[in-house]
Design a protein. Structure first.
Length: 136
């Protein structure tokens, strides 16, 4: 059922932004976590769609997911991206600067309250509205 979610449909046949995809391994080479970003459009505007962020169950609660998010958000800023979009829990993502976006619509089925954005450039989300579509 996960592949029916809107974020999966937006990623179909679209390559991720390779410079922002990270894999974290421990000193033994065991996979601890991973993060990916995908280009999307909202009308004429470009954005990064963050997700998935995955952390192995044995590494959860150790700050690995937070480190992956912070590292890649700073890298996205350095690469001159303006905005990041995700679907998630605002109480968790608020600590990274994400907040609820009104006027930005993910394809159904998406709870509008879970659509969050982060400005990498001041004012980057100002005036941005419309349906999120695949990057073509």
């Amino acid at each position: 059922g996960r592949t029916l979610l809107s974020s999966y449909r937006l990623r179909d046949d679209v390559p991720p932004v390779a410079e922002l995809c990270r894999v974290a391994r421990d000193e033994s080479g065991i996979l601890g976590g991973a993060i990916r970003y995908w280009p999307v459009r909202i009308g004429p505007w470009h954005a990064l769609l963050l997700g998935p962020v995955a952390v192995h169950p044995t590494a959860q609660g150790e700050g690995l997911g937070a480190a992956l998010i912070r590292d890649t958000v700073e890298r996205a800023r350095a690469l001159e991206w303006s905005r990041v979009l995700l679907v998630g829990d605002e109480p968790y993502y608020r600590r990274f600067g994400f907040g609820h976006l009104s006027g930005v619509e993910m394809p159904p089925p998406t709870n509008p309250e879970r659509i969050l954005g982060l400005e990498l450039v001041p004012g980057a989300w100002q005036g941005v509205a419309g349906e999120v579509t695949r990057y073509a």
